[in-house]
Design a protein around this ligand. Structure first.
Ligand SMILES: [Zn+2]
Length: 195
């Protein structure tokens, strides 16, 4: 759901988001998306060729819904980035450090593209966050509640488990191993261990 001036929508099927002039993304958005997708495949090779997630298509549009920077359409399986989002800058702790920008927005939506489909070999979002929370408390000898753990990733991550995953994914995608310990716990809990 759209939240505040920095909000991104999780968009179950793109509902409640109004966008006009949807067209294939321009070079800047394409390049940024290609980078995020390539990072994802490098780290999680199982994603390559997966029919549920389109790692090649991304669009741009005039998004009319206030506060929505970009969205992922579950039905269309494609990401739409607002034309104004190209210049987006947010330095607050609303998002993980370094992700309040186009690269972070695109990576966040790619996170949704991955989280909304049940991918073979990967856990669903609920289970991923549950396991990551336990792992984080073990690693840090901490006693964070689930909400506190989500807030460790970012303010927006505390919104829902889907936002937790998308924010952690953006953090890891932009910052690599320098992402927060909480984000890395989410990423490492996502893939099922091989037996
Ligand atoms: Zn989101």
């Amino acid at each position: 759901m759209p939240k505040g001036s920095s909000g991104r929508t999780a968009t179950a099927g793109g509902k409640n988001v109004s966008a006009e002039n949807i067209q294939p993304a321009g070079r800047e958005v394409m390049t940024t998306f290609a980078k995020s997708a390539s990072n994802a495949v490098k780290r999680f090779p199982e994603l390559k060729g997966n029919p549920y997630v389109n790692l090649h298509e991304i669009n741009q549009a005039d998004i009319k819904t206030p506060g929505v920077l970009a969205y992922y359409g579950i039905d269309s399986k494609s990401i739409v980035v607002g034309n104004k989002t190209i210049d987006y800058q947010d330095q607050s702790d609303f998002h993980p450090a370094g992700t309040g920008n186009l690269e972070g927005v695109v990576a966040h939506e790619l996170g949704h593209a991955l989280s909304y489909h049940q991918l073979p070999g990967f856990r669903d979002v609920e289970k991923t966050v549950r396991i990551a929370h336990a792992k984080y408390n073990r690693q840090t000898d901490g006693k964070l509640t689930r909400a506190e753990f989500m807030r460790e990733i970012s303010v927006y991550a505390a919104e829902s488990t889907h936002e937790t995953f998308a924010e952690a994914f953006a953090d890891w995608s932009v910052n690599g191993i320098k992402a927060s310990k909480a984000s890395l716990a989410v990423m490492s809990s996502w893939r099922m261990s091989k037996h």
